[in-house]
Design a protein around this ligand. Structure first.
Ligand code: SF4
Ligand code: SF4
Length: 709
């Protein structure tokens, strides 16, 4: 960040030489004696020093003796000078440090945590015995547990001031300071206000630099999970899009830069901006404060402003002479094709349907993902030379190899709807949800004008229910065997369905279907919730004797899908009909054959399929003799600004709702339901980000060596 490495690798050319404990040290002019010593591997005890924070020398542990200088100056505030002779560990200094440490610990309750810097420094210096009868006198300030993210246990504060300087001098947020006077001085907020009301931006830099254990995270953050937990948005996005970076660039009005950051990882920024299931938002840390960052809507905002600048930065490697066949033009197949073509391979994508896009084209309704958006992004893939052959169902991989392809990527999705297992479900008035959505997507007649029951609680069920209303159903009721809380569908999809008039019957499961006159009679059993299952959702338990009959004209099932892999592929499948492939390399048991996306994982999201395509591209490129490097930075990395500044309203700023067409207007057509963020709203939404990435960039404080030499 700043600090020590500024002098070790900074721009200043002038070097000076000094002696520290008989070691000759050369440092850049401007370094302090402490920094020069640390560079030379000479440890001087310190607590209030931190490489990223301006030094103040308040703890006085880093005192040294310097020839020709009176007293014992603090090395963190003394500039190194040419010819200086410094001693860091004389008996006099050792005794003085023990006295200083004694004073620090005399107000500390108990023993500092083993992992804390305070404990390590104390062990290194060695503790002085307390006078007989003397015990530490903490101020008895109760720990504050009511702030989000971290605890303030001020009895453990040694007033080193690192947190305050970080907040005031580096972040320039000024949420905390040293308040009260004399022995009552503590780290606090103005007027003892809650952190939320004091301008705190919850960057948690204060917690990161606290050496004493006075400020600590509520959540356990241990390696190797620490970085994942501190930056959950990036680590939840299957493709690992650098979300804080593009959000920060949007806040700064740099829309093309932001788009290029997204394009580094995915070829479908706009499609994902419309239809991603945005698991990153569920994980976003801002959600613990009030509401998560509108990550998906921000992606759509920049993708809608695409000037095409990124195209001039695209590099297509010279032809390798190798040919790859991709089976299935869904998100996984097209993503793999995009990267493999850039690596110089000739790529042909075979698609069984009349148009490419897979589930994005045939299942996601146009009111959520306009057809021209998807077609536009697919045309960028063909523009770099990927060939897409539609109406072309591949039945045998051998045939592809016979045609001269060197590698095959199987990305055929999971297009077969599952059966309910209810008696009488073969009635022709019972339809599978995926078939229904596909029929509507390709303009076929569906004849579902009457009362429709939709069975299921996921996103496909919501798409089916909302689509059924749009193609003329008089009444649509969703039957779900658990309650609304357990529904796997995104909450906003359920809300929009309710607004459009879809009815819900929870804790209800069909058991038997019979014809009763013109209508279907659906015998259902009512459920109650039992113990949680392996996934953590409470299990539905039938209530004996609670059967009811519901009348309907049509039933559409949306209770899950599975792949339909042709036997001619000769690929081993698991019990759920999914292709068995290595989850990292996507390699199948057949040489030169790779598989990914829903065909391997079972039904998943667009972005998970995209990531499967990315992984497959890496492996296939390596298999064909390439480097396997698909991520080529489109935009050079910039150092994020460490200063956050002050904004009194930062914490109270809520996530703005996305504008949409009124339910009454949209429920009878396939026009886009959700509108774009306006520019000002997008910038405000981006500015809400907690900039969680900054904490990971804070330097480590210098710790004592394991053993005193
Ligand atoms: S809370 Fe921690 S970082 Fe802040 S002054 Fe106290 S000991 Fe230092
Ligand atoms: S607040 Fe920003 S950086 Fe932190 S998890 Fe949310 S989007 Fe990511």
């Amino acid at each position: 960040m700043q600090g020590l490495h500024k002098y070790l690798s900074g721009d200043g050319d002038k070097m000076i030489e000094l002696r520290i404990d008989d070691t000759k040290v050369e440092v850049k002019a401007g370094a302090t004696v402490l920094e020069a010593a640390l560079q030379a591997g000479v440890y001087i005890p310190n607590l209030c020093y931190h490489p990223d924070i301006p030094p103040i020398g308040s703890c006085r542990l880093c005192i040294v003796e310097i020839d020709g200088v009176r007293g014992v100056p603090t090395s963190c505030t003394t500039p190194a000078k040419e010819g200086m002779v410094v001693r860091t560990d004389t008996p006099k200094l050792q005794n003085l440090r023990k006295d200083i440490l004694w004073l620090i610990l005399s107000a500390y309750p108990g023993d500092p945590e083993k992992a804390s810097q305070l404990r390590k420094v104390a062990d290194w210096i060695g503790r002085k015995d307390l006078l007989p009868g003397s015990v530490p006198k903490p101020a008895n300030i109760l720990p504050a547990f009511d702030d989000p993210f971290f605890v303030r246990d001020l009895d453990k504060c040694i007033l080193c001031g690192r947190c305050v300087r970080m907040c005031q001098d580096v972040r320039k947020t000024g949420a905390i300071g040293l308040v009260n006077r004399g022995i009552k001085t503590v780290v606090g907020t103005g007027g003892n206000a809650p952190l939320k009301d004091s301008g705190c931006k919850f960057c948690l830099a204060c917690v990161e630099v606290c050496p004493s254990g006075a400020l600590y995270d509520k959540e356990k953050l241990e390696e190797p999970e620490r970085a994942k937990k501190l930056l959950p948005c990036v680590n939840t996005c299957p493709a690992g899009i650098d979300i804080p970076r593009y959000v920060r660039l949007i806040a700064a009005g740099k829309y093309q830069d932001a788009l290029e950051v997204i394009r580094e990882k995915v070829p479908f920024p706009l499609t994902l901006g419309y239809a991603c299931n945005h698991a990153c938002e569920e994980a976003c840390r801002r959600g613990s404060l009030n509401s998560p960052i509108s990550i998906r809507a921000l992606k759509r905002f920049v993708a809608e402003r695409d000037s095409g600048r990124w195209r001039s930065k695209l590099v297509i490697e010279p032809s390798t002479g190798k040919q790859v066949a991709v089976v299935g033009a869904g998100p996984g197949g097209l993503t793999a094709a995009w990267y493999l073509r850039q690596a110089g391979h000739a790529v042909t994508v075979f698609e069984a349907l009349s148009e490419p896009g897979g589930m994005m084209r045939s299942v996601i309704p146009a009111y959520r993902l306009p057809r021209k958006v998807l077609a536009g992004e697919i045309s960028e893939i063909t523009a770099i030379g990927v060939k897409i052959v539609t109406n072309s169902e591949v039945k045998s991989i051998d045939v592809l190899f016979e045609q001269g392809f060197d590698a095959v990527f199987v990305a055929v999705g999971a297009p077969s709807g599952m059966k309910m297992g209810a008696e009488g479900e073969n009635d022709p008035r019972i339809m599978d949800g995926i078939c229904f959505l596909r029929a509507v997507s390709f303009g076929k007649k569906t004849d579902i004008a009457g009362e429709v029951l939709v069975v299921g609680g996921g996103n496909v069920a919501m798409d089916v229910a909302r689509t059924a209303l749009r193609v003329g159903s008089k009444k649509v009721t969703v039957l779900y065997r658990r309650t609304r809380e357990e529904m796997p569908a995104l909450p906003e999809e359920v809300e929009e369905a309710v607004k459009e008039g879809v009815k819900f019957r929870f804790l209800t499961a069909p058991e038997k279907i019979s014809s009763s006159g013109k209508k279907l009679g659906v015998e259902c059993i009512l459920m109650k919730l039992g113990e949680p299952d392996a996934g953590g959702r409470r299990r539905p338990v039938p209530i004996e004797g609670s059967n009811i009959v519901i009348k309907a004209d049509r039933i559409i099932t949306a209770i899950g899908q599975r792949p339909a892999v042709p036997d001619g592929f000769a690929l081993p499948l698991d019990k759920k009909c999914c292709i068995q492939a290595d989850p990292e390399t996507m390699a199948c048991s057949r040489k030169g054959v790779f598989a990914g996306g829903d065909a391997v994982s079972g039904p998943a999201s667009i972005i998970e399929a995209v990531q499967a395509g990315r992984k497959a591209a890496v492996s296939i490129d390596k298999y064909l003799g390439g480097s396997g490097v698909i991520d080529r930075p489109v935009i050079p990395a910039e150092e994020p600004p460490f200063c956050l500044g002050r904004d009194e309203s930062f914490c109270s700023c809520e996530r703005a709702g996305l504008p949409s067409i009124s339910a009454a207007k949209r429920r009878s057509n396939f026009d886009l339901a959700e509108l774009s963020l306006k520019e000002k709203d997008a910038i405000d939404a981006a500015k809400r980000c907690l900039r969680c990435e900054l904490r990971l960039k804070i330097s480590k404080a210098p710790m004592p060596p394991d053993k005193k030499e």
